[in-house]
Design a protein around this ligand. Structure first.
Ligand code: KG4
Ligand code: ZN
Length: 352
């Protein structure tokens, strides 16, 4: 079974083909980083236009790399949301057109489901597992019981982790995207120099909060007149920030592990997914936690942590082999929670 996947929900235009032997036959990712860099963040209209300009070529290249014709495909999957609506429209229209022209089934995949199921493609992880989904737009902890069966047990009440990395990096003048730049800067820094909060530490439940942490970095930075904001100061702030994020994630995830183990004593895996999962320091810290809990931490290889189309093709394949497909009048969804039943958090913003 071969499935083509298309991803256009943010600032990567991507197309990939995977098969049911868990092989990635092709995986093309075109990042728009340089288009957005002058603005210090993703500009939705620029993103949509860039997707439109490149998607046809990327699909053709992904098919070539895989050595397949459209007729060799069993289904066509694309990100149907959540994400920037202009980009999602470009991807869904492309996928629908191919499906319509070839008469093949079409699947609109939830982008978060793509991140959630990637470890089944890369590591064949069995259900159920606990999932810490940390990206630029999301920070959630979910129990993954099966394809389409996600129970959210914790979420951020303000910023997503990746967003906190990006905003903090911007403050420190590290440019965009902030996560990788901040991690690099932190390598030379002293993580104990600045005292920063560990938001919600010790509280019950597994919700997260990161906006106070970001503000605390701002307050420390403002304590230095501009000429004294040296690379050493920035590196120490970056390292202190990253450590605070790590300890916050550990504290909140520990509660999630207790809940997961109570409900699924047979469950032994914590999956780390989403762009922030590319952070080596956080991976190491979370491994300490899973080691103590007698669990295993599984995170996809770095290029499959950040946005890509192999994860969309794979999630489409998982749904398709369960007999699912979507109608060609599927409407792109800018918002699309993985667990629509999860209670809204008081005071939580749109990311909850
Ligand atoms: O999953 P993703 O590619 O896009 C979303 O769906 O949001 O995640 C992108 C996010 C950005 O906020 C980026 O700064 C963050 O992941 N990120 C990192 C690292 N690499 C990417 N954050 C911390 N450390 C990294 N090494
Ligand atoms: Zn993503």
């Amino acid at each position: 079974m071969n499935v083509l996947g298309i991803e256009t929900s943010c600032d990567e235009t991507a197309a990939a083909v995977v098969n049911d032997k868990r092989e990635i036959l092709s995986n093309r990712v075109l990042t728009q980083l340089e288009d957005h860099r002058p603005y210090g963040g993703v500009v939705p209209e620029i993103a949509a236009r860039a997707h439109l300009e490149h998607i046809d070529r990327l699909v053709a290249e992904a098919m070539d790399d895989a050595g397949l014709e459209f007729d060799d495909l069993d289904a066509i999957a694309c990100t149907g949301g959540p994400g920037l609506i202009g980009g999602v429209m470009v991807g869904t229209m492309t996928a629908k057109s191919i499906a319509f022209a070839t008469g093949k089934p079409f699947l609109a995949v939830n982008h978060l489901e793509g991140h959630a199921l990637t470890v089944r493609l890369t590591d064949d992880v069995a259900f159920p597992y606990l999932l810490l989904l940390v990206s630029g737009g999301h920070c959630q902890v979910l129990i993954v019981e099966g394809v389409g069966k996600y129970r959210r047990i914790g979420t951020t009440i303000d910023d997503a982790v990746g967003e906190a990395f990006d905003k903090t990096a911007k403050m420190l003048g590290l440019g965009y995207p902030g996560g990788p730049a901040l991690e690099k800067m932190a390598k030379n820094g002293d993580p104990l120099r600045f005292r920063l909060p560990r938001p919600l530490r010790g509280r019950e439940g597994c919700d997260f909060s990161f906006s106070g942490l970001k503000t605390a970095v701002r307050v420390h930075l403002d304590g230095f007149p501009v000429p004294q904001r040296t690379d050493a100061v920035k590196a120490d702030l970056a390292a202190s920030f990253q450590r605070a994020v790590g300890e916050t994630l550990i504290d909140r995830t520990k509660n999630a592990i207790y809940q997961f183990m109570r409900e699924y004593p047979e469950g032994k895996t914590l999956v780390l997914a989403g762009g922030v999962a590319a952070n080596t320091y956080l991976r190491t810290r979370l491994t300490e936690l899973t080691d103590k809990a007698g669990m295993q931490l599984v995170a996809p290889p770095l290029p499959l942590c950040t946005d890509n189309a192999a994860m969309i093709a794979w999630a489409g394949l998982e749904r398709f082999r369960l007999g699912q497909e979507d109608p060609l009048d599927f409407k792109p969804r800018p918002r699309w929670p993985l667990d629509p039943e999860a209670p809204k958090r008081p005071g939580a913003g749109v990311k909850a």
